[in-house]
Ligand binder design. Structure first.
Ligand SMILES: *Cc1c(COP(=O)(O)O)cnc(C)c1O
Length: 383
């Protein structure tokens, strides 16, 4: 006789008492850590409990979200709604864009660079020294020629260095990697100014990718903020989902011009879909998270959240300065840059540091009480 099918959820023993205690301990430890989690661009305090029942399903959005697939355990209709929301937010040309929900900003940046390389195999990637650390790894994996450019002291690309470097390599199509919010100082590279330099040098063929990991969800909601999207002339754009929006699982969105994606599309019979994405199997749960957030907050909700963060970022700068600490922030930034705090402060607070600076991010869940406590600690332990 054949053994009956195994119902994995009905394992007779379940988790033992010691294992349960271990999870309880870890959970409490993480809850405590949340109090001092001020140095990274990740929102906390979300509630996706509406979605928990989907965690009992073997979801998989394998392959291209816009084509049919023989696997039916997917959330691609929800994923497409998420992509349409972002395409409208970033003014992607109707009917001419494509995208998917990624595992985060890094994958979206890799995808943009991949499309650029398929278009211009000999192209040179230009990126500033303030670019996220993952990009140089991406460039090595993709074996793309690249030149690191200087940044200005506040973190934005040095346009004189860009112009002079491009002038020396006018025979090779440039691939420009624009930071829409650098990692340490949240500075924005000016896409309009990059276009002006390309025009000035009469460079006809180029590709621009926008790394909008954090600011893709802040700048669109700020009056008078610089344009960085498809309207400003980028060819692809990557934004993180677990940063400003907030998610328990890292995720993101990449959007690109469809004509460039068509060059890399390959049909695969095994899954009955197009192999246009970096990974094969793809997360079917993270599109639900993003959809839940977009439906809950909408543009108005995000605009309110961004406005509140900017106001508290200004509050933080003023509070540090009153205590003689030279804090500052870029225009429209929720990142507050500090002199590198003393080791005692770094031992208590989870603050990112790079050489002589540190930073905190005033994400939606950061309270003025946390800011006040951190300011007191910094004042008590001068850098
Ligand atoms: C966070 C970040 C990344 C990487 O994004 P992940 O979602 O962590 O993969 C890339 N660029 C910038 C500017 C970032 O802030």
């Amino acid at each position: 006789m054949l053994p009956p099918p195994v119902e994995m959820a009905k394992c007779p023993t379940g988790l033992g008492a010691a294992d349960r205690a271990r999870l309880d301990f870890l959970y409490e430890q993480l809850q405590r850590q949340l109090r001092t989690f001020v140095g990274y661009p990740c929102t906390a305090g979300f509630d996706y409990s509406d979605l928990f029942r989907f965690l009992a399903l073997p979801l998989n959005n394998v392959g291209d979200p816009f084509t049919r697939c023989t696997i039916q355990m997917h959330t691609r209709a929800i994923e497409r709604e998420v992509l349409e929301w972002f395409a409208a937010l970033y003014h992607a040309p109707a009917g001419e864009w494509w995208g998917y929900v990624t595992n985060g900003g890094t994958e979206g940046n890799m995808y943009g660079l991949y499309l650029a390389r398929e278009l211009y195999p000999q192209g040179i990637v230009y990126y500033s020294q303030d670019t996220h650390y993952s990009v140089s790894k991406n460039l090595r994996m993709l074996r793309m020629q690249h030149i690191m450019l200087k940044s200005q002291p506040h973190g934005e690309l040095d346009y004189d260095d860009l112009r002079e470097t491009l002038r020396l390599h006018r025979d090779t199509p440039p691939i420009l990697f624009a930071n829409i919010g650098t990692t340490m100082r949240e500075a924005h590279d000016d896409v309009g100014r990059i276009h002006a330099i390309l025009r000035e040098l009469a460079i006809p063929e180029f590709y621009i990718h926008a790394d909008a990991a954090l600011c893709g969800m802040t700048l669109p909601f700020v009056e008078g903020a610089p344009r960085f999207d498809f309207r400003a002339g980028v060819h692809s754009l990557s934004v993180s989902g677990h940063k400003f929006i907030g998610a328990p699982i890292p995720c993101g969105v990449v959007l690109a011009l469809k004509r460039h994606v068509d060059r890399v599309a390959r049909s695969v019979e095994y899954v009955g879909t197009l192999d246009t994405t970096v990974t094969g199997s793809r997360n079917g749960f993270t599109p639900l998270i993003l959809w839940h957030a977009l439906r809950t907050y909408g543009r108005e909700g995000f605009a309110r959240a961004v406005g509140a963060c900017l106001a508290r970022a200004e509050y933080a700068v003023a509070a540090f300065r009153r205590r003689g600490i030279a804090a500052w922030r870029n225009p429209h930034a929720i990142t507050v840059v500090l002199p590198r705090p003393a080791p005692a402060v770094l031992a208590k607070w989870q603050i990112a540091v790079h050489e002589c600076v540190g930073h905190i991010l005033i994400m939606p869940h950061i309270t003025t009480a946390q800011i006040d406590e951190l300011v007191d600690d910094c004042a008590a332990h001068p850098a």
